[in-house]
Design a protein around this ligand. Sequence first.
Ligand code: TYD
Length: 213
Amino acid sequence: MQGVTRGKFITFEGIDGAGKSTHIPFVVELLRARGKTVISTREPGGTELGEKLRTLLLHEKMHLETETLLMFAARREHVAQVIEPALARGDWVISDRFTDATFAYQGGGRKLDRQKLIALEQWVHPELQPDLTLLFDVPLDIARQRLDASRTLDKFEQEKSDFFAATRAEYLRRASEFPQRFQLIDSTCSIAEVQARLEEIIALKQLPVAGID
Ligand code: TYD
């Protein structure tokens, strides 16, 4: 693979109902229109085994540490089988959630000791971090309305509002801890306004994703 420029890794994050899923296809198309080969994937999941773990994680009750370890087990497989090989061949990877979600949900929402999460992150992907993380942020009441309007709720979506308040707070804390890779998207805006903002972010030259054109 000598001479191949490594691809970029972009993650989408936010509490349930923040609207990130609506915008993933838009960013994928934006990048494809600029000539990038783009892999769109998700967590938990992204591999055959990871998707099986996703079904368990989203529907079975389990100990918090079991939940966290399974998130990272699925991620280990995802990094090895999908993310790293794609980046190495020069493809761009867009992932619907990554490790920030574990810090936010299991750390913030469920209060798992952050040091344990840092240790697992170091174990599972010591070298890998997203080049850009798009954090879709929305007040809790709006997120709830969007969820209730949609479909049958999974284990996480059924959580109470203090869980989501803590999850959102941890996302925002991480965004201020890593300002160079996070971009905050105000998801109360209209779809068109969010898309304009996404176009602006993707085109910006000073971001770590620079070199896109
Ligand atoms: P989500 O990404 O919201 O998919 P969908 O839009 O299809 O519901 O669902 C994944 C759920 O898993 C979400 O509620 C957050 C949760 N999750 C964690 O708790 N920890 C993690 O590390 C990850 C990746 C996801």
